[in-house]
Ligand binder design. Structure first.
Ligand code: BGP
Length: 469
């Protein structure tokens, strides 16, 4: 089987992780510009001041993408380039940069797939309370409108938010992302609701503008499975899926929150404040939302915690995706299993978990249109005689594309695949050590680009539309 011609083969990046030029051409400061400079917050104090200098080298990078045969480039807009303070005056230089980047993609027939919010919040808004302050929501909708007006003639795919669960959970529970708050479930669930309300307003607005494109959101997709077939493990998996999947997918696709979670939050006092108007707009947006983006790296394996509630101890190291944590409410814990494969960062490698998860989604949400907006392998790539031999990455992507193929054959509606990432870039908490790209960046040699083995491999996959996978 070949992937059909309306299936997009792409790759992704995010502004803070690639652009650099953190204070150039009128850009405002973001939460990450500040947070990454707090000692101990990031791996070896790495930050995105220069990142991989994509801001200055976007032409070279897009030319390489074209050479790779890429059909779509998913990138994010840095809100603070457009609105240095989040709201208020527009910075024309910011609009100009993204116009240039979009036009450069279109020159080669590469479809620009834009994320409006990939975590770099203008610092002024963060200081004023971030996602807990209604000002941020209004500012986001206004920023989204500005992007729709400026780019919507050429950009036909918009993602409102990237991974609400990650920036809210790491921001308000683990303290590992800005604003660096720990263990505050009340704030965490409020931020999640506020983001979904902002998403809903942006969707309704976009559809009212008749730009004839599509809009959706990208969620982490980490389907939970019990460690064994016991009733306890089933309970643990149900609970984990309710909090990590249903809570994040239901509002977008069904327009309502899952009762299982909301009832528990009522009892614990962590229920977010919500008005009837907000809920009505979330409902309306669900009927207009065009697609769901899935960022799949790994499933989670869970077991019920029995007896005493485990104390949740959070550090930067254990909040970056590896198993071993109890859930915030002490109901279950994630487990590393002996019979599974793991990356160097202890992320499980499971194409089968991907297929099973996709089927779970189909059962709950029907024939919704899906894009895989992130999937890839974080690794330290071996260099042999100056060639970057990222064979494990090829294997990882191949297995996951096979999984997508199988899911499509079984009736799951997947319309595109974006590898994370197009080029080596800054990992939020792991610096430049954890590589994901098809293109290598030599930080010691003026950020020179080099094609990896996977670059040539992905080109041949795209060329043959995945026939030989
Ligand atoms: C996702 C983010 C990406 C990217 C990726 C890999 O959660 O959307 O921006 O960072 O994870 O994460 P890491 O760099 O921590 O391995």
């Amino acid at each position: 089987m070949k992937f059909s011609h309306d299936f997009l083969f792409g790759a992704a990046s995010a502004s803070y992780q690639v652009e650099g030029a953190w204070d150039e051409d009128g850009k405002g400061m973001t939460n990450w510009d500040e947070f990454s400079k707090i000692p101990g917050k990031t791996f070896e104090g790495t930050n995105g001041d220069v990142a991989v200098d994509h801001y200055h080298r976007y032409k070279e990078d897009v030319a390489l993408m074209a050479e790779m045969g890429l059909e779509s480039y998913r990138f994010s807009i840095s809100w603070a380039r457009i609105f240095p303070n989040g709201d208020g005056e527009i910075n024309p230089k910011g609009i100009e940069f993204y116009n240039n980047l979009i036009d450069e993609c279109l020159k080669y027939g590469i479809v620009p797939f834009i994320t409006l919010y990939h975590w770099d919040l203008p610092l002024t808004l963060e200081k004023a309370g971030g996602w807990l302050n209604p000002r941020t929501l209004d500012a986001f909708v206004n920023y989204a409108k500005t992007c729709f007006e400026a780019f919507g003639d050429r950009v036909k795919h918009f993602i409102t938010f990237n991974e609400t669960i990650v920036f809210c959970a790491l921001g308000y529970m683990a303290g590992a992302h800005p604003p660096g708050i720990t263990n505050d479930p009340k704030k965490y669930f409020q931020a999640v609701h506020n983001v979904f309300y902002a998403h809903a307003q942006a969707v309704v607005l976009y559809k009212s503008m008749n730009l004839f494109g599509e809009i959706g959101i990208s969620n982490v997709f980490a389907p939970a499975f019990g460690v064994d077939n016991s009733e306890d493990s089933h309970k643990a998996a149900y609970h984990a899926n309710a909090y990590a999947t249903h809570l994040y997918f239901d509002p977008i696709l069904k327009g309502e929150y899952p009762a299982y979670v909301m009832d528990a939050l009522q009892k614990s006092g962590f229920h977010p404040e919500q008005t009837a108007d907000e809920l009505a707009i979330i409902k309306q947006a669900a009927s207009l939302n065009d697609f769901m983006g899935l960022n799949y790296y790994q499933p989670s394996r869970v077991e019920l915690i029995k007896g005493e509630l485990a104390q949740r101890e959070i550090t930067r190291e254990n909040s970056t995706g590896a198993p071993g944590n109890p859930s915030f409410d002490g109901v279950f814990r994630t487990v590393k299993m002996d019979d599974k494969r793991y990356t160097k960062w202890d992320w499980e490698i499971s194409p089968q978990g991907f297929i099973d998860g996709l089927k779970m989604l189909r059962e709950r949400y029907g024939h919704v249109k899906l894009y895989i907006t992130e999937n890839g392998l974080g690794d330290e790539d071996p260099i042999v005689e100056s060639e970057i031999c990222d064979v494990p990455r090829i294997k990882y992507i191949e297995e996951h594309l096979q999984a997508v193929k199988q899911a499509i054959a079984e009736g799951v509606n997947v319309k595109g695949y974006f590898a994370w990432s197009v080029i080596d870039l800054l990992s939020w908490l792991n610096g430049y050590k954890k590589q994901y790209g098809f293109i290598y960046v030599d930080h010691k040699n003026n950020y020179e680009r080099k094609k990896k083995m996977s670059f040539h491999w992905y080109r041949s996959v795209i060329e043959s539309r995945g026939e030989h996978l």
